[in-house]
Structures are given as structure tokens and as C-alpha cells.
Design a protein around this ligand. Sequence first.
Ligand SMILES: [Zn+2]
Length: 309
Amino acid sequence: MSGTAPECIVAVDLGGTLTKIGYVSEDGSATSVRRLETDRSGGQEGLADWLADRIAEAVAAAPGPCRGFGIVVPGIIDPATGTVLSAPNVGWTKMPIRDRLHDRTGLSGTVGHDVRAGGLAEWRLGCPDARNVLFLPIGTGIAAALIVDGRLLVADGYAGEVGHTRVRAAGETLCACGQLGCLESVASAAGVARSYAAARGTTVGPNPDARAVAEAARAGDAYALASFALATEALTESLLLCTTLLGPEVIIIGGGLSGAADLFVPEIGRRIAATATFQRVPELRLATLGADAGLIGAGLIAWEGLDHE
Ligand SMILES: [Zn+2]
């Protein structure tokens, strides 16, 4: 092995069904990213052991010296103690995963939140000069990462739930969170599929497919166009609120529904610009890192942790 091989972090984006693992160098480039089926057969403890084994394997196969690990998890995370307080998607409650992984691998590392990590990566690699950024991944639900004055807003894990802000366009639709009229009930990929199905009087299957609705909309289907119009209205209302409160310079739209960006993003930009009076009008952009954003963010958080050691 060459003595000049770059140092790396073993980065992991742990998901309920799929886990990504790869190497992230200090400049944020990711290599050898693999997608594995998450093994949840061993329960809470078994999953921690499985993860430690995958990290140990990756360290053994690394192209250069490994400085540590960085993992991100969907749920409520306490980054200070490296504990996952609650992550129903992976079945963890009060799991001190950073210490467990340290005990098993001998490496130090960091634990972060998947969406905030993705936002960090999109910011650092996509618009590093901006100090106020809103990253909005629109998938099955809608989450957000908020960068304010050059800092990622965490608020003990509670910040960024833009999908559960109430909007008039959502009416009295019941959200999975228990509230009525949340943004994501009409503007997530699932929400768009649902409102299309409701308008057509059909039911959606277990995997509502917003892509099919987008194709129908581009072909001129009135119901599909109406579903995207509703999502556009709801997103405009919520993003105007965010713009008024947080003053983002850039709003980055990501997630699965960004594949249909032509059907809603330019219109939202026009409406915000037309409605804003004193507010700073944000630039709307599309995410550039795709599905690897969380993994890259996991690596960047670990690198920043090393800087502070
Ligand atoms: Zn909600």
C-alpha cells in the first residue's frame, strides 16, 4: 500500500431496510459505497453487533488509514453522547451506539441524524459560501435541515420538522403525526400520490408512486396536474413562512419528489418572489448529492469531530 493513500472515515447511513457504507475523505468525496440489507433479525443488540462487524470489515479493507467512523440514523439522536434516543425505523431505543461501536472496533466516531447530515453535505459541497440554507428532502415524508448563521440548527433533535407545519392547502387531512393539515400530507411524494388517488376515486397501494403521477401530469392529466398544484400551493405557504422566520439565502430541494421538480419547483420560486415584500428572496436549487448525501454528511460530521478532539 502506498504511504500517500488518503486518510478516510468509515461512513454509514443506517436505514430501516437499506444501509449504505463507504469511505469519506476530508474533502467530502465518497468511495466504495455499498448498499446492504439492514439485518434486523437480531433485535436491538443484534443490529448493533451487525453494524460493528460491517465497520470492522470496512476498516480492514480500507484503501488508506481509517481515522474513525461516522454513522447517521433516522430518529432522535443525542450527538453529544452518541446515543440514539429513539429510532423506530431501526428498532433502537436509548442505544449508546457510539460507545458500543468504539468498544467493538477500537475506533472513535460520531453519531448524527440522517437528514441533518444530508443537509450539511449539500451545504458544504454545494453552496459553502452561503450561511443560511434550508435543505428540504421531499420523499415519503418531508423533513428539513436548517443552517442558520453558518450553524446547523439542532435544538436537541427537535428542529426542522417543516413537514409538520400546518398549511391551508392541506385542509383537515389527518397526518401520521396526529395533527390535521400538515404540509407533508399533501406535498410529500406519498401525499401527491394520495391526493391523485382520492381525486380519481381509486385507492393507492402500499407503495404510492408519485413518479407515475408526475408522468401523468406531464401528459396533461388534469387530476395529476391538480395534485401537483395542491403540493405547490402547500409548499409555497410553508416555505414563505420559513423564509420569513429564517431568511435562507438558498433553499435546496431534494428527495424522491425532486425528480419531478419541473412540475413544482420553478412555480414555487416565482410565487415566493411575487409574494415577498421585505423578505430576502431565496434561491431555489435542486440537491446534487442524491442518495449519498446522508453518508457523505456522516463522514463530514466525523471529520469535524476529529478537528475538535
Ligand atoms: Zn404531521
